[in-house]
Design a protein around this ligand. Structure first.
Ligand SMILES: [Zn+2]
Ligand SMILES: [Zn+2]
Length: 152
């Protein structure tokens, strides 16, 4: 029998391919967190009943997943979610990376109790947030719903 593998862990993939490659490890929640608090392998113990994959309307697909009935239901319930590849075009990724960098620098500045730098960085972060909103307003960041489709 094939075991249910909703997270792609046993494949080449790892957390990067969580939920068919459309979700980061932060979406796994407690399902992938071991007792020690470190992300562990999220392996479902049920037998798979279906081969399915996530597809967005412009044709992005995730890897094929073998799923048990419960995970088919669970992933179907997430249909309101959006294709992260459509949501994260390169442009948005660049802004997001910049935000990450600024936030890291802010943490450092906080450690040093450097209020001046912190304020400057805070303003920069606001700018980046606005830039991100702008991308959303202009439709560069698109929210494209995903469908879970059966693969034969
Ligand atoms: Zn399962
Ligand atoms: Zn897409």
């Amino acid at each position: 029998m094939t075991r249910c593998n909703p997270y792609g862990y046993a494949t080449d993939a790892g957390p990067k391919h969580l939920m068919g490659g459309f979700y980061g490890p932060e979406y796994a929640g407690d399902q992938t967190v071991l007792k020690d608090g470190i992300h562990g392998p999220a392996i479902c113990t049920e037998a798979a009943v279906a081969r399915m994959r996530m597809v967005c309307e412009i044709g992005h697909t995730g890897p094929i997943m073998d799923l048990c009935a419960r995970h088919v239901r669970e992933l179907t319930a997430r249909m309101s979610d959006t294709c992260t590849r459509c949501v994260w075009p390169d442009q948005a990724r660049g802004v997001n990376d910049a935000m990450d960098r600024v936030m890291k620098q802010m943490a450092d500045a906080r450690d040093r109790q450097d209020a001046v730098t912190l304020r400057t960085l805070g303003a920069r972060l606001d700018d980046l947030r606005h830039e991100m909103d702008g991308l959303r307003d202009r439709g560069v960041i698109r929210k494209v719903p995903l469908r879970l489709v059966e693969v034969s």
